[in-house]
Design a binder for this molecule. Structure first.
Ligand code: PEP
Length: 251
């Protein structure tokens, strides 16, 4: 039985005090509610240690939004996997469309990031998803297939079992336009068929696949109820404590 997961991607938002306030609000709300999924918050790098300190006593885990593909050394501005794991960071978003688009992250780099995360015991939350023109020209399956294969299918079965996949159609991210439940279910099922072909039925059944893209407390229940949708990767709505917790409650 797959675990449900809801992860919050804070992106490059909030000052330090605002971040701490949000964490404190989340702790209060998560304590009061009967929350079933694993909850992960992914604040910006400078707040990770603070978030991890809180997480020791809280109902959430902490993820990073990025990771360096190299082990250590002369890589100015980068943060290594070992630094993240030394701060008890358990997860890392890899392959987010904003990093692919604004920072030129290609399949080769993403493969290296996935490897580095796994070496250091960090669970990759590997994002895939097509752009609007790609969907309109009916290339969405082809695009997602390429992203999943190139980013993850070099892993052996044991390594692959440690990965979470997030299907995030680029046209739904931060736009207020959500994939329909049927579109989400269709792509999640497709990704699972790819996993069956590469790793077999059992690993495909075990793989956690999240939906991301304008997820809110209004649409989460229907999305999360779709077969094969194991929770969500939430951007904007994860910056509002009661909204994020309301989403978590629906997983
Ligand atoms: C995201 O950035 O991963 C995301 C899903 O954003 P939003 O929920 O704001 O669309």
């Amino acid at each position: 039985m797959r675990k449900k997961v809801v992860a919050g991607n804070w992106k490059m938002n909030l000052g330090f005090e605002e971040a701490e306030e949000l964490i404190e609000e989340l702790i209060d709300l998560l304590e009061k509610e009967d929350i079933k999924p694993d909850v992960i918050i992914c604040p910006p790098y400078p707040y990770l240690e603070m978030a991890s300190d809180y997480a020791q006593e809280a109902r959430f885990k902490v993820g990073a939004q990025n990771i360096c593909p190299f082990e250590s050394g002369a890589y100015t501005g980068e943060v290594s996997a070992s630094m993240l794991s030394s701060m008890e960071v358990t997860h890392c978003i890899i392959g987010h469309s904003e990093r692919r688009k604004y920072f030129g992250e290609d399949d080769k780099m993403l493969t290296a990031k996935v490897n580095m995360a796994l070496i250091h015991g960090i669970t990759p939350i590997f994002c895939v998803g097509e752009s609007l023109p790609e969907r309109e020209s009916e290339k969405h399956f082809e695009i997602v297939r390429r992203q999943v294969r190139h980013g993850l299918f070099h892993l052996d079965t044991n390594e692959f079992a440690k990965v979470i996949i997030a299907y995030e159609p680029v046209w739904a991210i931060g736009t207020g336009i959500t994939a329909s439940p049927a579109q989400a279910a269709e792509m999640h099922a497709y990704i699972r068929t790819l996993i069956v072909e590469r790793y077999g039925e059992a690993p495909a059944e075990e793989t956690i696949i999240l939906y991301g893209g304008s997820c809110t407390s209004k649409n989460a229940a229907e999305l999360f109820a779709q077969p094969g949708v194991d929770g969500g990767l939430v951007g904007g709505a994860s910056l509002i404590a009661d909204e994020f917790v309301a989403i978590c409650k629906q997983a």
